[in-house]
Design a protein around this ligand. Structure first.
Ligand code: PHE
Length: 360
C-alpha cells in the first residue's frame, strides 16, 4: 500500500492535470474502488483508538483535500473548454442572410406597407392603439352605449376584470378605438391611418378570431362626403394599380358615422375569375365601411362638433390582400406554413413604393 506521505506529495499534480481525461484517471487512481486513498480508508477499521485519532484523522483530511483538488481542477478545465467552444463557434450577426434561407414578408405586412405608402403620399400619418382595450374606447365613445344592439353584433372577447376606472377590458373588435385615442391625444387637423390586429369570436373560411383592419380618420374644418369619396377612389386605384376601377357607394349604418356609406368595388369576369377593375363591372365586392364621423363621437373626445368635422373608414386588410393577391382561404394566412409563405410572401428587401410599383 502506498504510504500516506507519498500520496500527499501527489496533490500538486492534480492541479496541473492537462485535460479532463487525465484528471479522471487521477480520480480513479486515488478515489476509485481500488484507489490508493480508498485503500487507506479501509485500514481505519483495524486501528487502535489512538491511531485513529492521529493517522485516521490524517487519512480523512487527505480524502477531503484530494476531493477538493479534483473539483477545483475540473471546474477550471470545464471553463476553459467552454471558452474554447465559444471562441470557435462565433457567429457574425451582421452578415447578410443567405438567399436560400431568406424569409419572406407576409402578405398582411405587405398590404399594411402598401397602405402606409399610399396614404403617406396623401399626407396621412400612421397611428396605433392597444389591442387590449376597454369598453369605453371600443364602444361607448364610438356612440355604442351599454345595451346598444351593436355591442351584440361584435362577438367580443371580454376579460374577466375591469381597469382602474371600472371599465370592462376586452380585445378590440375593430380599429375604430384608435380614432378616439387620436382625437383625445392631439388637436385637429388630423389625418391618420391605423393598421392593426382586431379580434372577434368567429371562425370559418372567411373569418378568423384574429384578423387585421386599417382605420382611416380625417378631422378638419369643412370636411364633406366629397373628400371621403375622392380619398377612397384615389386609394383603391393606387392599391389595385389600375385606373379603370369603379366604386359604388351604398347607404349603410354604423353607430359612429352619420351618414354611413359602404363601398363596393367593381369586378369583371375574366375566364370565369373575378378580377378587380374594368369600366363596366360584372359585379360588386364590398371592401370597406365608412362615413362622416358622428358629432357625438367628436364631442366624446372633447372637441366641438360645430367646429370640426371629418370622415372615417375601416377596412379588412386580410380581405383586401386576398382580393389583390388571389388567396381563397383566410385561415391559411395564420397557419404558419412555410410553403404558403414562400409562395405568397414578398422579398424582404422589396419595399413597396408608388414609383417602383406597390406589389411587384
Ligand atoms: N369599425 C367598422 C367595422 O369594424 C368599420 C368602420 C370604420 C365603419 C370607420 C365606418 C367608419 O365594421
Amino acid at each position: 500500500m502506498t504510504d500516506l506521505s507519498t500520496i500527499e506529495a501527489t496533490l500538486p499534480a492534480i492541479a496541473s492535470a492537462p485535460d479532463l481525461a487525465a484528471l479522471e484517471a487521477q480520480r480513479i487512481a486515488l478515489l476509485g474502488k481500488q484507489g490508493s486513498v480508498s485503500l487507506l480508508l479501509k485500514t481505519l477499521g483495524g486501528m487502535s483508538p489512538e491511531e485513529r485519532q492521529t493517522t485516521g484523522a490524517r487519512i480523512n483530511r487527505l480524502r477531503s483535500d484530494v476531493a477538493d483538488a479534483l473539483a477545483t481542477r475540473k471546474a477550471a478545465l470545464d471553463r476553459a473548454a467552454l471558452d474554447a467552444r465559444l471562441a470557435s463557434e462565433t457567429l457574425d450577426m451582421s452578415l447578410p442572410i443567405g438567399g436560400a434561407q431568406a424569409g419572406s414578408v407576409h402578405p398582411v405586412s405587405q398590404v399594411m406597407d402598401e397602405f402606409a405608402e399610399i396614404f403617406a403620399d396623401l399626407g396621412f400619418a400612421v397611428a396605433t392603439g392597444p389591442e387590449i382595450e376597454d369598453d369605453w374606447h371600443n364602444f361607448t365613445a364610438l356612440n355604442i352605449p351599454d345595451a346598444h344592439p351593436a355591442r351584440a353584433m361584435h362577438d367580443t372577447f371580454y376579460f374577466d376584470r375591469v381597469d382602474g376606472e371600472g371599465r370592462k377590458m376586452l380585445l378590440r373588435t375593430h380599429t375604430s378605438p384608435v380614432q378616439i385615442r387620436t382625437m383625445a391625444a392631439s388637436p385637429p387637423p388630423i389625418r391618420i391611418i391605423a393598421p392593426g390586429r382586431t379580434y372577434r369570436s368567429d371562425s370559418d373560411a372567411t373569418h378568423t378570431p384574429m384578423f387585421h383592419q386599417v382605420e382611416g380618420l380625417v378631422i378638419d374644418k369643412g370636411i364633406t362626403l366629397g373628400h371621403l369619396k375622392w380619398t377612397l377612389e384615389t386609394f383603391v386605384k393606387a392599391y389595385f394599380e389600375r385606373d379603370d376601377i369603379v366604386l359604388r357607394q351604398r347607404p349603410s349604418y354604423f353607430p359612429f358615422t352619420e351618414p354611413s356609406v359602404e363601398i363596393d368595388v367593381g369586378y369583371t369576369l375574366v375566364k370565369g375569375k373575378r378580377v378587380i377593375g374594368g369600366a363596366e363591372p360584372d359585379g360588386w365586392l364590398e371592401i370597406l365601411g365608412s362615413g362622416m364621423v358622428h358629432p357625438r363621437v367628436i364631442a366624446a373626445c372633447g372637441l366641438d362638433p360645430d367646429m370640426w368635422q371629418g370622415f372615417a373608414f375601416g377596412c379588412g386588410i386580410d380581405r383586401l390582400a386576398m382580393l389583390k393577391y388571389g388567396m381563397d382561404d383566410l385561415r391559411a394566412f395564420f397557419d404558419g406554413d412555410l410553403r404558403w409563405l414562400r409562395h405568397y410572401g414578398f422579398a424582404a428587401l422589396d419595399v413597396p413604393t408608388l414609383s417602383g410599383g406597390l406589389g411587384a
